[in-house]
Design a protein around this ligand. Structure first.
Ligand code: 13P
Ligand code: SF4
Length: 368
């Protein structure tokens, strides 16, 4: 096998496998070889939005909830997380200190997770709690930094994914009278609405405005305070896409992820997490037609797998999560090769000071 590393830069997040050194096919073949060789040491986790040239290697595929449940049970020394940064952090929080979680490209982040930071959330929470005597329970979508997971753990809150958001929000209302939900306003709004909370009982806190753009009266009246965050991939789907598809083909079932806007979820026939979408497509009778409002890699995979059904994207444009797509086979090969040579890189380690409460919040979620 070629030496794919520059000795001086193995600590960098940049893989040292050039196209001159290795063709695409050689890269794919070498990943299979290394995976076999390292099978007792390394587990590969893959989120549903990963591309096929990566997901083919995953030992476990899943949505955010399943991957965190699996991470909590891992026993092997190395886990290569084919997903994004917050997922690798979550796995690190849930595994032992002697286990390493590797994110093949350290720059694989999540733009939504970046829309709420620790300082902003502290500031918001202080302001909101100063405006009301009612107890505010902070709930974060799992798409956030470890620091924010720790924040909710410390403040009697917890974490949710798109698969368990309803259960978690119900639980939160048993603990307090109001909810601060971040960073995804859409998942928060869609889920709370399904639970019977009216739109005028929800307000949006915008961290770029003074006091979030909210008066004390608005906060006192609200049941739910939603953070001004969103997923740029899922915001790409619009109500007009649904109207057009229904005009062309009224029988097509429109199914969308709850990170889509309220309007889109309301006009769709169904909505749910990536795992839910996969399940619905799998269960549908042959001949069923679907227009799916979620990331394009998953939609294309479903279309290829269920050839007796018609599956297409809800949007005519490519809704690709470009950060998920940063994990490319060359990065994966570089990661495996480094593990083999005892110099693993891009190991994601959450700071000790954040781990304790973040783990508490995650365990609370997994128990609920
Ligand atoms: P799920 O994995 O919960 O479906 O969420 C999708 C997503 O956007 C992950 O970042
Ligand atoms: Fe983040 Fe959206 Fe990509 Fe998920 S699909 S990782 S929420 S940017």
């Amino acid at each position: 096998m070629l030496n794919l590393f520059d000795e001086n830069t193995f600590d960098s997040h940049l893989p040292q496998i050039s196209e001159q050194d290795c063709t695409d096919q050689q890269v794919l073949d070498q990943i299979w070889e290394l995976k076999k060789e390292l099978q007792d040491k390394v587990i590969l986790l893959g989120h549903h939005y990963q591309s096929d040239d990566i997901i083919q290697y995953a030992d476990i595929t899943g949505d955010s909830l399943k991957l965190s449940q699996k991470a909590a049970q891992l026993n092997n020394p190395y886990t290569v997380f084919c997903g994004v940064h917050f997922m690798a952090e979550t796995a690190d929080i849930l595994t032992r200190d002697d286990q390493d979680i590797i994110l093949p490209d350290r720059n694989a982040g999540c733009s939504m997770a970046d829309m709420a930071n620790d300082d902003e959330v502290h500031k918001a929470y202080d302001y909101l709690t100063s405006c009301t005597k009612e107890k505010i329970i902070p709930i974060t979508y799992i798409n956030c930094s470890a620091k924010l997971k720790s924040f909710v753990g410390k403040h009697d809150g917890t974490i949710c994914t798109s698969s368990n958001a309803q259960k978690i929000i119900k639980w939160a209302f048993e603990q307090g009278q109001k909810l601060l939900f971040f960073p995804d306003q859409h998942l928060g709004r869609n889920t709370c609405y399904d639970l019977g909370i009216k739109l005028d009982e929800m307000v949006v806190y915008n961290p770029h405005q003074v006091n979030g753009g909210l008066t004390p009266e608005q906060i006192q009246k609200a049941k739910v305070i939603l953070w001004y965050g969103f997923c740029s991939v899922h915001q790409g789907f619009t109500k007009e896409h649904i109207i057009n598809i229904k005009k062309e083909s009224p029988d097509t079932i429109v199914i969308v992820h709850p990170e889509c806007s309220f309007d889109v979820v309301q006009h769709a026939d169904d909505s749910g997490s990536t795992a839910y979408i996969i399940d619905q497509v799998e269960k549908a009778a042959p001949g069923t037609q679907f227009a799916v409002g979620t990331e394009i890699n998953l939609v294309n995979r479903l279309a290829q797998k269920y050839t007796n059904k018609t599956i297409k994207s809800l949007s005519p444009y490519q809704c690709l999560c470009t950060t998920m797509y940063r994990v490319r086979p060359r990065w994966l090969l570089a990661s495996l090769n480094a593990i083999k040579e005892g110099r693993a890189f891009n190991i994601i380690k959450v700071a000790e000071e954040d781990k304790h409460y973040a783990r508490m919040a995650l365990n609370r979620m997994l128990e609920i």
